[in-house]
Design a protein around this ligand. Structure first.
Ligand code: ADP
Ligand code: DP6
Ligand code: CO
Length: 362
């Protein structure tokens, strides 16, 4: 009987405050612009992935949320697994060339893998499942293969699965540097501040719909790159200055600036989606009413006390400081009552809140 080679990990989602939207290279997943995100606590939203390797498995297989996916049909899955496998092969070579006895160097790079992955939150609904999903895959491969690479190095492997996944390799505040190369060596994630840097900052998740989006992020951004004129302007003149201003706001814990840039960047990303031809609308009526509610909340406070942001889906993430978040949750609960009232008190960085507004408005 052969020994079991297996690894289990979890990975968090991250929600961008400067959005990644557009690739300059679709195969390597090289972005048109840098982006910046906050990694959320794994207490409520996370992916859990187990990978087992065996010389007896005939081929690589993957089960996502209990259903087998066709790996052969997914270039990005093949790319991330192959990239990690190549790193393992290089490690095996190195160990052997350094004189390690052959029987101590397990030829995992030659074995097939069975991957089992579960998201404990809606998949493909704009809550960054591809980010936590591919980050978990690559973390598990790193553990299974005993890879010596740094987290930023491994973030490149996650990137070839899903761009946003490179940022989920770190906690706290994370930048994905777009890089300028053709081979992607300079396109990876770095942590700009750890989660203890700003403990008062919290995130509230409002689930407006848990349905799978009609247009995947991958397909949506490709059409944007091909058809939107606004998009080129965003990449050229808006994002670079926002990246700088955002990093300064985080360093100084300046919530007003952090919040305004976050909302403006979410709005511009969705404007670029509408400027895509045919247009793409990820937000729905509930999303838009939450935008109005946040602006009303800020107007009532006489300062920017909360910021909404939406990924490629209708679900809102609201950032606020702890004291304001308490009042905001009360307001949201009042405006979006739920029959079964599932309100989880769960904040970043200790935990974070999920308010499922179902299909009700006002
Ligand atoms: P999201 O907004 O949830 O990130 P995307 O359109 O970017 O939506 O990506 C969704 C796709 O990501 C899924 O259809 C699936 O192919 C992939 N994905 C999601 N979760 C996982 C996972 N845990 N493991 C592997 N792939 C995953
Ligand atoms: C709107 O990383 O999901 O969430 O690289 O094609 O897998 P692929 O796309 P993905 O795009 C995320 C887009 C976004 C913004 C962001 O997370 O920065
Ligand atoms: Co995604």
């Amino acid at each position: 009987m052969s020994a079991k080679y297996e690894a289990t990990v979890t990975a968090p989602v991250n929600i961008a405050v400067i959005k990644y939207w557009g690739k300059r290279d679709s195969a390597l997943i090289l972005p048109t612009n840098s982006s910046l995100s906050v990694t959320l606590s794994q207490d409520h939203l996370s992916t859990r992935t187990t990978i087992r390797a065996s010389p007896d498995f005939g081929k690589d297989r993957l089960w996502l949320n209990g259903v087998e996916e066709d790996i052969a049909a997914s270039k990005r899955l093949i790319n991330s697994i192959t990239t990690a496998r190549n790193l393992r092969a290089a490690l095996e070579q190195k160990l052997l060339s350094e004189g390690a006895p052959a029987e101590t160097v397990v030829p995992l790079s030659k074995w097939s893998l069975h991957v089992c992955s579960e998201n404990n939150f809606p998949t493909a609904a704009g809550l960054a499942s591809s980010a936590s999903g591919y980050a978990a895959l690559v973390k598990a491969l790193g553990v299974l293969f005993d890879l010596p690479q740094s987290t930023s190095d491994l973030s490149r492997v996650a990137r070839v699965g899903s761009g946003s996944a490179c940022r989920s390799m770190f906690g706290g505040f994370v930048a994905w540097q777009a890089g300028v190369s053709d081979d992607g060596h300079d396109s990876f994630a770095v942590q700009v501040a750890d989660r203890q840097h700003w403990p008062e900052l919290q995130a509230l998740i409002l689930v407006a719909s848990d349905k799978k989006k009609a247009i995947s992020s991958t397909a949506g951004m490709q059409t944007t790159v091909e058809t939107s004129e606004l998009f080129a302007e965003r990449v050229r003149s808006v994002v670079p200055k926002r990246m700088e201003a955002m990093q300064r706001a985080i360093a100084e814990r300046d919530f007003g600036t952090f919040a305004e840039i976050t909302m403006r960047d979410s709005n511009q990303f969705h404007a670029v989606c509408l400027d895509t031809y045919p247009p793409i609308s990820y937000m729905n009526d509930i999303s838009r009413s939450i935008v109005s509610l946040v602006h009303a909340f800020n107007a009532a406070r006489g300062r920017v006390a909360a910021a909404y942001t939406y990924d490629a889906g209708p679900n809102a993430v609201i950032y606020a400081l702890k004291d304001d978040m308490r009042d905001l949750v009360e307001l949201v609960t009042y405006c979006f009552p739920r029959d079964d009232s599932t309100l989880l008190e769960a904040f970043y960085p200790n935990s974070f809140a999920i308010f499922d507004s179902a299909d009700q408005v006002g």
